[in-house]
Design a protein around this ligand. Structure first.
Ligand code: PLP
Length: 410
């Protein structure tokens, strides 16, 4: 099926050439893709980079192809570092945000094992994969998992958070943009509160949904670790992600487990690799890694501020339109909102809505408590429809969604 979506005037101040963005995104011709928080449509530059490298591997051999593109692989680290204002030595490239987060967390636990009474403070809308390993430590070690209270807008209450800090807080785990409620947590203010309290806690920030849609600055956030994925707002290939590690993390933590890429086996001992690559493992898809580098370069060339402006404009357009549809309840919280728009219908179940929308060839997703149980249960929500436009989307595409939603009957 081929959709020819007419261009609309952008109506935003991003200065982006939307027609060009769409031209560079072949998937726009086939689908109305409003599921960028799931997995975005890549620009052709990203797909071509991946496919070209796979061809090179097939033609000359995988190891030989790797050697051939060595400098481009190094450039991918430079690009990710530039994206978040870090040094390339602070970047590890991994296969997902979860792989990155897990590596950070297990390395903390390996170096100074969490023990009974240690408190781990977690944002209430945290993603399941970042909570489950902590729950395992609660069960196995008597660690205390504490959800940080929200402020009146639903975000982490930064002032209240500061009062929770003490020498027994071993780690703080915060989601910058949760995947299911449209809010943005002030991760820089939380980092500042940790520094002001001289807290020894390890600070882990999940930037999985913020990277590519908002400026993410490692120096401003002041986290020990920032984890992110490639396939969402960054528009990279699936199976990519990265981990940023602070100077402190690099100086004090020994990653676990090490392998022959992340360390050298020496006579009578071993030496971890220098820099954040000690958090990586040996085997990876270099095609995907190069694709990630291409995606970051593309995002940088578009301009993160411009994309943030465009995404915010489209998300607000969607919220305003949805709010005017009888029966629809927009569920987003936060004073400042992200590009993630969530809603329910008073009479139509979210699952039914999603299948109606998909039947109209519009990609949106269903969010359920499995992804963030604390958040769903504390707001008594069973399931949500999630709409997540990217800069290449148009108001016309959002109008198509609004038309389908307006026609839904309970
Ligand atoms: C907020 C958040 N954190 C982490 C993840 C996990 O990312 P990945 O699937 O790349 O491990 C997701 C995925 O949807 C997410 O939305």
């Amino acid at each position: 099926m081929r959709l020819d979506i007419p261009m609309t005037t952008t109506g935003d101040n991003s200065g982006l050439d939307i027609e060009l963005l769409r031209h560079q995104t072949p998937g726009c011709l086939r689908v109305n893709h409003l599921n960028n928080a799931g997995c975005a449509l890549p620009p052709s530059k990203v797909t071509d980079t991946v496919v070209d490298h796979l061809h090179l591997e097939a033609m000359i051999g995988g190891y030989e192809a790797h050697a051939d593109v060595h400098s481009r692989i190094e450039s991918a680290y430079d690009s990710v570092a530039q994206l978040i204002g870090a040094h390339p030595d602070q970047i590890a490239l991994l296969e997902s945000a979860t792989a990155a987060w897990d590596k950070a967390f297990i390395s903390i636990h390996h170096t100074r094992p969490f023990s009974a009474g240690d408190r781990i403070l977690v944002s209430s809308s945290e993603y399941a994969s970042n909570v489950l390993p902590i729950m395992q430590l609660v069960k196995a070690r008597g660690v205390r998992l504490e959800f940080i209270p929200d402020d009146e807008h639903g975000c982490v209450d930064v002032a209240g958070f500061a009062n929770l800090l003490g020498a027994d807080v071993a780690a703080v785990v915060i989601n910058q943009c949760p995947s299911q409620n449209g809010l943005i947590n002030d991760v820089a203010a939380i980092g500042a509160a940790l520094r002001a309290a001289d807290s020894p806690a390890w600070y882990l920030v999940d930037a999985c949904q913020s990277i590519g849609q908002l400026p993410v600055s490692a120096p401003d956030i002041g986290a020990d670790f920032i984890s992110a994925t490639g396939r969402k707002f960054l528009r990279g290939p699936r199976g990519t992600g990265f981990l940023y590690a602070s100077e402190r993390a690099l100086a004090e933590l020994e990653p676990f487990p090490l392998d022959l890429h992340s360390a050298t086996w020496q006579s009578g001992g071993f030496e971890p690799a220098s820099g954040a690559r000690r958090f990586e493992s040996w085997e990876k898809s270099y095609a995907a890694l190069l694709g990630l580098g291409a995606a970051v370069d593309y995002a940088l060339a578009c301009g993160i501020d411009a994309m943030a402006g465009r995404i915010s404009y489209l998300a607000e357009y969607a919220r305003a339109g949805l709010s005017s549809v009888p029966g629809i309840i927009v569920r987003d919280r936060g004073l400042q909102k992200s590009g993630i728009v969530t809603f329910t219908h008073e009479r139509v179940d979210a699952r039914t809505l999603v299948s109606l929308i998909r039947k109209a060839h519009i990609n949106v997703s269903l969010s359920t408590p499995d992804y963030a149980r604390m958040d769903f249960e504390s707001h008594a929500i069973d399931a949500l429809v999630r709409v997540s436009p990217h800069a290449y989307n148009t108001t016309t595409e959002l109008d198509q969604l609004l038309m389908v939603v307006s026609g839904a009957r309970g």
